[in-house]
Design a protein around this ligand. Structure first.
Ligand SMILES: [Zn+2]
Length: 379
């Protein structure tokens, strides 16, 4: 038996990696790396078994150390990371168990099947360039891809659209954004469901422009991205913008505005690690943007109805009152400000809603339901 671990895979992230083989069951332990940011949560790495000899008994143990340092660390039993045995699809681990050291630190362990020749593990189903390419090929040309600028690292910033529109256009406009926080992959899977649904109907009522990977550099490097340096992307929407990416998106939004009747901006996120009450929205603040708050409430209501109690949190419409490291504008407050465009953000959990552990299929269905709500309101 020879177990090794590597973060040299797409979206790779793990630190303090150790392999122990002196117990009953071999154990791989790690901590998610903050990669220079203040918060840690996203992890993704490969466990290889180069000399399988049956001595692991078909199981290893995956242990996340210092669980309490994660953003949104609640009940360890609410976190169901994903894994992918070589050549197979991603699936969820079975329930984990927390254990408390004598000094109060908590670690969480999940049993994993034998990894030969290798198994990838991640906080949630990864989604990056390959998944976007699959989405585009499945849409059979419905979504057109344009490079609207470059990231801090010089990667193309991609925007999808169902139509270019033309200046003075009167079609209702949607501007969708995901992965401002790179590790929040549930946002991508839900967005995929939205785009699938919009592309499958006969007459899409909207002019839809979409930024699927707002932070491609962070996605590539395995950043979690929440509050990351040099500036949280979703606090970099001021005038002047604090990141080149948000500068590019603001210019793109200006072009979109000219070509439609802006209806709504949506920003897809994922909440704290262990939140499992269901999907919810953040709306513009009623104090700062009372009109936009009321308009966003109406959009949120149709989404909540379309999602139903199976997916929507009871407390579905929220206003962010948590303490933020930056008070500078978000995508939502930027749109609600001078452009005067209604916007909201949607938070979809990493692991479960109630007792349902979320699969790819659930995420896509959630997106399809959100699209249904949007279309109903658009009439
Ligand atoms: Zn986020």
């Amino acid at each position: 038996m020879s177990l090794t671990v590597s973060t040299d895979i797409p979206h790779g992230n793990a630190a303090d990696l150790h392999v122990r083989t002196d117990g009953d069951v071999p154990e791989v332990s790690f901590s998610p790396s903050p990669k220079g940011g203040p918060e840690a949560l996203w992890f993704c790495f490969r466990i290889c078994e180069t000399e399988p000899d049956g001595s692991t008994g078909g199981r290893i143990l995956l242990t996340l150390n210092n669980f309490q340092n994660l953003l949104g660390a609640g009940l360890p039993s609410d976190l169901y990371p994903a894994y992918q045995p070589a050549g197979q699809g991603w699936r969820r681990m079975s329930a984990g168990a927390g254990s408390t050291c004598r000094d109060g630190r908590v670690s969480v362990s999940w049993p994993l099947p034998h990894p030969a020749p290798y198994t990838d593990v991640a906080l949630c189903y990864p989604s990056g360039r390959d998944e976007l390419a699959t989405l585009l090929s499945r849409s059979k040309g419905y979504w057109k891809k344009s490079a609207i600028g470059v990231s801090g690292d010089g990667q193309p910033l991609l925007r999808l659209s169902n139509d270019d529109g033309a200046p003075g256009g009167r079609r209702a406009g949607l501007y969708l954004v995901a992965r401002q926080h790179a590790g929040e992959t549930p946002g991508s899977w839900v967005l995929e469901g939205v785009l699938q649904r919009l592309s499958s109907i006969k007459r899409d009522p909207f002019l839809v422009w979409v930024v699927p990977h707002a932070d491609p550099d962070g996605i590539e490097r395995g950043h979690y991205g929440k509050d990351t340096f040099p500036h949280d992307m979703n606090r970099a929407w001021g005038d002047p913008p604090m990141r080149h990416e948000t500068l590019v998106y603001q210019r793109d939004i200006a072009r979109w505005r000219e070509r439609c009747k802006p209806a709504l901006g949506i920003d897809f996120h994922a909440p704290g690690a262990c939140e499992s009450d269901g999907i919810y929205c953040y709306l513009p603040s009623p104090e700062d943007h009372p009109e936009m708050h009321r308009a966003a409430e109406k959009w949120a209501n149709v989404m909540q109805q379309a999602l139903g109690p199976q997916y929507a949190a009871e407390d579905f419409r929220r206003v962010a009152r948590y303490r933020s490291r930056w008070e500078t504008p978000t995508f939502m407050s930027y749109l609600a400000g001078e452009p005067g465009i209604c916007a909201l953000s949607i938070e979809t959990p990493y692991s479960k809603i109630g007792r349902t552990v979320l699969t790819h299929k659930h995420y896509r269905e959630i997106g399809q339901r959100i699209a249904r709500g949007l279309m109903q309101k658009a009439g």
